[in-house]
Structures are given as C-alpha cells and as structure tokens.
Write a protein that binds this ligand. Structure first.
Ligand code: C5P
Length: 219
C-alpha cells in the first residue's frame, strides 16, 4: 500500500478527453469521480442567476461558499456563456480557496479520481498518480464543436476554436493556480488517440505503479 492518498489527479486543457478518461479510470479503480470544472461552472451559474457580474470577487466568493452538491446537477452548465463565466470566476483566488475544502473532502473517505486544471499541482500535490491530458487545439476544438452540434447548439467552428484558445490562455496565464503539468505528471497526448487508446495508455501507467492490480486483486 502507498502512503500517498488514493487520488488520481487528471489535469489538462478543455476538451482534451479528461472527462471520458477520468470516468473510465474511476470505474476501473472502483473510486468516486469528481469533475472539478463543474464546481466553477456551478459557481458561475449561481452568480449569473443572482444577477451579479462573473468578475465580482465578493459576490463570487459568497456563491462559492454557498455551493452545494445539488448545484452540480443544474441544467445549462455547459453553455458558451457559462464557459466564459466559469473561466472568469476560476481566476479569482477567493473562489479557488473557497472550493479547496470541497475538493479535498470529496476524496477523504475512499480516495477519488478528480479532473481539472490544478489537481496535481495545488489540490492534491501528493496524489498517488498524476496524468496531464492534452491534445492539439484543432483536435480539441473539433471535439467541442461536434459535442455542441450533437446537443443541437449551433456554433461556427472558428468561434469555438477562438473561444477555446482564449480560455486556455486565461487558464494558463492567471496568477492563481495556473494550468500547468505537475513535475511528476505523466503526459498523455490524445490528438491521435481514441478513447480506448487513451484509456490503455493510462492503465499502462497505473499498472507500472502497481495501482491497477491493487484496485482489482480482491474483486
Ligand atoms: O473543465 P471545464 O471546462 O468544465 O472547466 C471550466 C472552467 O473552470 C475552466 O475553463 C477553468 O477556467 C476552470 N477550472 C479551473 N480549475 C479546475 C477545473 C476547472 O480553474 N480544477
């Protein structure tokens, strides 16, 4: 057994395939899964619903402190408007501080798989394993555009790509918990990988750490 918390940290930019991979790995490791992007999206939703500005630090911190798990089930957390507002609230240090305990508590009882931007660097720097999942901006924009199309949201590809690049730049350049790989993260580039290949690459890494066998030996 490892002394490190049973946490798998998965970070990376938007639409790199983190969510799909994280869900499958959580099932394989028999661990709960938290999409931490949803926390920032739900804070943004609460803020806009309250008529406040997404850049208002005082209102945003109050909404972050009032966040409940029920807020994560709110409809319309994945609209382009919430994409932008979530990136704005995520740049506020008071919001990030307010959401820290929520994320750590989630993993306390059983460990967890968490995906986001700062899981391996700030939330769980001592995670048992860390992945940094990325892909070219064109590949990611195409995936997001197809996802929007499937949901019936009409958007021009160039707009989706430009919005994504703007969000990536904001996430990577902000002072509070910027998006960057932890020094001990394993990089998985999904540009040319499908979901099964990305899963296989991640499992190979966990198997090398002995974790995958641990999780399944008594089942
Ligand atoms: O992953 P997702 O696109 O749903 O995240 C929404 C926004 O929340 C991101 O653009 C990013 O600014 C922010 N975020 C963050 N830290 C995390 C997860 C998401 O700053 N751990």
């Amino acid at each position: 057994m490892s002394a490190r918390p049973n946490v798998l940290a998965i970070d990376g930019p938007a639409a790199a395939g983190k969510g799909t991979l994280a869900r499958r790995l959580a099932a394989a490791l028999h661990l709960p899964y938290l999409d931490t992007g949803l926390l920032y999206r739900a804070v943004a939703r609460r803020l806009l619903d309250a008529g406040a500005d997404a850049g208002d630090p005082v209102a945003a911190e109050a909404q972050a402190r009032a966040l409940t798990t029920a807020d994560l089930d709110a409809p319309n957390l994945r609209t382009p408007q919430i994409d932008r507002a979530a990136a704005a609230v995520a740049s506020l240090p008071l919001v990030r501080a307010a959401l820290l305990a929520f994320q750590r508590d989630f993993a306390t009882a059983h460990g967890a798989v968490l995906d986001g931007r700062d899981i391996g660097t700030i939330i769980f720097p001592d995670a048992r394993a860390k992945l940094f999942v990325t892909a070219s901006v064109d590949a990611r924009a195409r995936r997001r555009w197809l996802e929007l199309q499937q949901r019936g949201v009409v958007a021009a590809f160039d707009t989706v790509r430009d919005d994504m690049q703007a969000r990536d730049a904001a996430d990577a350049s902000r002072a509070a918990a910027p998006l960057r790989p932890a020094p001990d993260a394993i990089l998985i580039d999904t540009t040319a990988l499908d979901a099964d290949q990305a899963f296989a690459a991640a499992i190979a890494h966990l198997a090398a750490l002995g974790w995958y066998a641990d999780a399944n030996e008594n089942r």
